[in-house]
Design a protein around this ligand. Structure first.
Ligand code: CA
Ligand code: CA
Length: 284
């Protein structure tokens, strides 16, 4: 086990023993963690009557830092910098309904379908489906490019999605909010002509909350919030380590997902399988 990995598990163990959730987040595209994109997309939090369905397909490589068994608990976007947009909204506004479905994507970004359901995997889970209040000043503004605005408020899921490796499909269906036309914002986004769009990630949208088919659209720069599994080898997130976790690991191993490189030497081979059994035998 590498020093880095020792340190990581030690931190997990400390957080778990203190009864805390070790929350982290991942930004995609990865380069947008510290650098602003130049384009914006609206629609994710539009004013009524512009109900909207928006789907993102994120390649496995963008999620390499997210461990198997991570529980995805929330999502954030941020306002486009240098756009003249002010902090938003000036007072709380309400989405009539806001739903998010997460799944292991059935297709890679480069093979995504314009039919929303064809991209969703068998493990699709509705992580949120309710009216949503956007609090006053939820989305900071004021950054000047190449600076970036701080993330908007975290949209917390009511059910946690357990990540088991591979590409991710996220579908947002929103009814529109009561803030009125013009009372909406452009979130930072990547256009189809920019690097990575259509290969490392892609996005599509359609009108209304029940759209079945979309057209290609910009990818909103997105931050997913997740918690590490409480047991190192609990890769299916059910709080026990058993044969089912071995199956999740073997799936990741056979698919060549980056998370299968448990000893972090850059290759996925038999030594990682041995590492898995070490973790498997580590008490929770
Ligand atoms: Ca388990
Ligand atoms: Ca390895």
């Amino acid at each position: 086990m590498s020093m880095r990995q020792c340190g990581m598990w030690a931190l997990v163990a400390t957080a778990a023993s203190a009864g805390m959730t070790y929350a982290q987040s991942v930004t995609f595209p990865s380069e947008s963690q510290g650098q602003g994109a130049t384009t914006g997309v609206n629609g994710i939090m539009n004013a009524a009557p512009n109900a909207f369905t928006y789907q993102m397909i994120i390649g496995a490589g963008e999620l390499r830092e997210v461990p198997l068994g991570a529980r995805v608990t929330g999502i954030r976007w941020r306002q486009l910098a240098d756009s003249g947009q002010t902090t938003w909204p000036s007072e709380a506004i309400s989405m009539y309904s806001f739903s998010i479905e997460l799944s292991t994507s059935a297709r890679s970004p480069s093979h995504a379908s314009l039919l929303f359901h064809e991209n969703e995997g068998a493990d699709v889970l509705v992580v949120l489906d309710q009216p949503l209040t956007i609090p006053a000043n939820a989305f900071p503004a004021g950054a000047v490019a190449p600076g970036i605005n701080n993330w908007g408020f975290p949209v917390a899921f009511s059910r946690q999605f357990v990540y088991t490796g591979g590409p991710l499909c996220a579908t947002v269906r929103q009814s529109g909010h009561n803030g009125g036309i013009g009372n909406e914002r452009f979130f930072e986004a990547i256009t189809p002509v920019q690097a990575g769009w259509g290969t490392r990630f892609t996005a599509l949208s359609g009108p209304g909350t029940d759209a079945t088919r979309g057209t290609w659209l910009y990818l909103a720069v997105t931050n997913l919030i997740y918690a590490h599994p409480t047991c190192p080898a609990d890769f299916n997130g059910d709080d026990v380590v058993d044969f089912a976790d071995l199956l999740v690991y073997l799936n990741a191993y056979n698919a060549g997902y980056p998370q299968a490189d448990l000893n972090e030497d850059g290759i996925i081979d038999f030594s990682d399988l041995l590492e898995f059994f070490n973790l498997f035998n580590t008490p929770c």
